[in-house]
Structures are given as structure tokens and as C-alpha cells.
Design a protein around this ligand. Structure first.
Ligand code: BTN
Length: 243
């Protein structure tokens, strides 16, 4: 994969911009758009993504993962989230991946990932990987639940573009793993990096609260929990929340 970077002073959303640019003129895989400020940054579940202008890394990466069958699409998400934790581990310890793909430091969220796929039959035609990584923001005023930045963790200001370059290199290695038998290692490493994979924690699904431990994650991304009473339960994204 060859990375090409385009920098924008501001844009609505790098995911939206990259989608439109690729529709206008077919771009090569590895095209990256990053910006200092998003006017309408988008998050998962229709949420907005807030980031103080100039302080954090907000970017989108174009991929054409035609080798990944649609029913194994979660593999890409695993490669992306592991690449983010690979980079963060260079700066501090205590990072994990909160299923499906939030990046946490202790009990706080440091990065969010929004992957938007276009399928063609049973394979991926195109995937836009959007990442917001809090780097130098000193205070969070929004009502977003427990955000944290690399500055708050390390006490230092960091070079935002350098973090982007480190991500690209880390992702190159992780993406390669999706092409080979290392895909299984990737799935296993994802599990060992998961937030709260070390015991019983409370979850909520359809108003019901229960204690469970994480038993695994299926290739399509479903979370498998084993409840206190030994029952195995399977959840799609949005069907269960961590308490
Ligand atoms: C989430 O945790 O809800 C996902 C947040 C994803 C935010 C990034 S910032 C760059 C890219 N452009 C967007 O509009 N969203 C993603």
C-alpha cells in the first residue's frame, strides 16, 4: 500500500470529503485526507465527533479491501484498531480496544473510528476508514462521555502529523496481516487487547442488566458474552452497552 496525504485547513468531515473525491476521480488505495478542523465531524450511531481545531488528529484513509469477504468485514476493523493501539503504545501504557472499535486509555476514550464500506456483491469495493485521535486537547467541554487526550496522559504536546505517519506505518503491517494466515493472529491480538477482557463486568441489553465475561468476537463482529449463569449470548453493535 502506498500512502498519499492530502491536508485540508478545514472541511465538513474528512469521511464525507474523501467519499466525494473518490466518486469524482477514482483514487488509489492508501489515499489519506487529514484536516485541522471539521465543521461536521461524524461519529458512530449518528453522533457528532467534536475536536478542538488544530489540536487533534482527524483523518480518513481510503482502502479497497477486495480480498476480505463481506462476512469477515470485522477483520478490517480489527487491523485498524490494533494499528491505533500500536502507535499509542509508543507513548504510554494502559490502552485497550473497547468493542467494537473505540480506543480507550484506562476508562476513558482517546480515539474513535468510523468505517464506512461500500460492498460489491460479497466483497468490499471500497472502505473509508475515519479516525479521530485526541492528541493535544487540554480540556473537553462537550458532553461526550469521558474523553481523554495524549496530552492529558503524558503531560506533553505531540506532533500531530508525526502520529499520522506512525499510524500509516503501523497500519501497513496490520493490513498485510489481513492478506495472510496472520489474519488469525490479528483476531487473537484483538481479543487480548480488548477492554474488560479480564473478568465479569456489567452490561445492558434492551433494558436488562447482567454480568458477563467476553468469550469472543465473531468474524462479522458480533460480541459473544458468557453470562454469570453460564449462558452464551451474541450481540450485534448497538444491541448491548457496557455499564
Ligand atoms: C466514534 O467514536 O463515534 C467515531 C468517531 C470518528 C471520527 C473521525 S474524525 C475523522 C473522520 N471524519 C469524520 O467525520 N469522522 C471520522
Amino acid at each position: 500500500i502506498i500512502f498519499t496525504k492530502e491536508h485540508l485547513a478545514e472541511t465538513d468531515s474528512t469521511n464525507t470529503y474523501l467519499q466525494q473525491l473518490d466518486a469524482d476521480r477514482h483514487l488509489p488505495e492508501g489515499y489519506i485526507v487529514y484536516t485541522d478542523a471539521q465543521r461536521a465531524g461524524r461519529g458512530q450511531r449518528g453522533n457528532s465527533w467534536e475536536s478542538q481545531p488544530g489540536k487533534n488528529l482527524t483523518f480518513s484513509l481510503l482502502l479497497r479491501p477486495e480480498h476480505i469477504p463481506a462476512n469477515q468485514q470485522f477483520l478490517l476493523s480489527q487491523a485498524v484498531s490494533l494499528a491505533v493501539t500500536d502507535v499509542l503504545n509508543r507513548y504510554a501504557s494502559g490502552f485497550s480496544i473497547k468493542w467494537p472499535n473505540d480506543i480507550y486509555w484506562e476508562d476513558k476514550k482517546i480515539a474513535g473510528i468510523l468505517i464506512e464500506n461500500v460492498l460489491s456483491g460479497s466483497t468490499f469495493a471500497r472502505s473509508i476508514v475515519g479516525i479521530g485521535l485526541n492528541i493535544n486537547q487540554e480540556r473537553f467541554i462537550s458532553d461526550a462521555p469521558n474523553p481523554v487526550s495524549l496530552f492529558q496522559i503524558t503531560g506533553h504536546i505531540h506532533d500531530i502529523e508525526a502520529v499520522l505517519d506512525q499510524f500509516a506505518e503501523a497500519f501497513r503491517t496490520r493490513y498485510l496481516q489481513t492478506f495472510t494466515t496472520s489474519a488469525q493472529n490479528l483476531r487473537e491480538e484483538y481479543l487480548t487487547t480488548l477492554y474488560r477482557n479480564d473478568g465479569l463486568y456489567p452490561y445492558c441489553s434492551e433494558g436488562e442488566t447482567f454480568y458477563a465475561l467476553i468469550a469472543g468476537v465473531e468474524p462479522d463482529g458480533h460480541l459473544i458474552l458468557t453470562t454469570e449463569s453460564g449462558q452464551e449470548r451474541r450481540f450485534a453493535f448497538k444491541e448491548v452497552s457496557f455499564l
